[in-house]
Design a protein around this ligand. Sequence first.
Ligand code: DX5
Ligand code: ZN
Length: 237
Amino acid sequence: MIGKISPSLMCIDMMNVERDIKILERAGVDYLHIDVMDNHFVPNITLSFDFIKSIRKITTLPLDIHLMITEPENSFHYLSDCSPEDMICIHYEATSHIHRAVNSIKKLGAKAGIALNPGTPICMLDDLLPDLDMILIMTVNPGFAGQKLVTTTLEKISKLRKMLDEKGYGHILIEVDGNVSFEHAKLMNERGADIYVGGSSSIFYKENSILENCRIFRQIISNRRNRSTENIGASQA
Ligand code: DX5
Ligand code: ZN
C-alpha cells in the first residue's frame, strides 16, 4: 500500500492550530496523530482528551490517538465519540490486561492498535494479532519530540512485516513514530512501514512550509510495498 501520513500535533504551532490543520487538510494528509501523556507512563504531559474534543470540531480527518498513559482502559470513556476510521493505540507496557483493553477499544467502535517501546520485542504480540488493526513501532523512547532514532528499531520493522505476512496478518498496518525524518522515512518505507508520524523532523521541519514538507514526505513514502494477493484480500474483507 502507499504510505500514509499522520502529522504529530504535539509539534504544531499551538497559537495557530486551526490554520495549520486546514493546511494539513489541503496537503492531503491521512490522519492527525495526537499524543496523550500522563507524566507517569512517560515523563511528560502534552495533549489532552479535551484537546481531542476540540480538534473534532474543526476537522473530519480521522484521528490517530496515541495513548502514552498507564492503564489506558480507565480513560476510554473520554473517547466515546470516536468514529470508525479513528485509531486508538495503547502501549503493550502500560497495562496488565492488554487483551481486555484492546477489545474495549473495538467496543468503542474505533480501530485498535498496540504500541511497542524500542525495548519491547515483537513476539509479545503473537496472541494479540487477531484483534489488531495496527501496530505502532516506537522508533524513539516515547515522551518527547526531537529525539534521535533508536537504530535497532529499523530491523524491528522488517522483522514485524515478515512476521505479519508469514502468519497471514498482512492487513495489519505498521505505524512508525519518533524521528521519522525524510531520510529515516525512506529506510522505514523500504522495511515495510505503512503509517508515518511526521513531527519536528519532517512535517513540522522549520526550514520549509508545512505544504512543502508534506509534498516531500509524500514522495518519499509513495513506494508500494509488495503483499501477497491473499493478504490484500484479507484487508478488504
Ligand atoms: C511521541 C511523538 C513524537 C514526535 C515525533 O510519541 O509522537 O515522536 O512528535 O516527532 P519528531 O520528529 O520530533 O521525533
Ligand atoms: Zn505518538
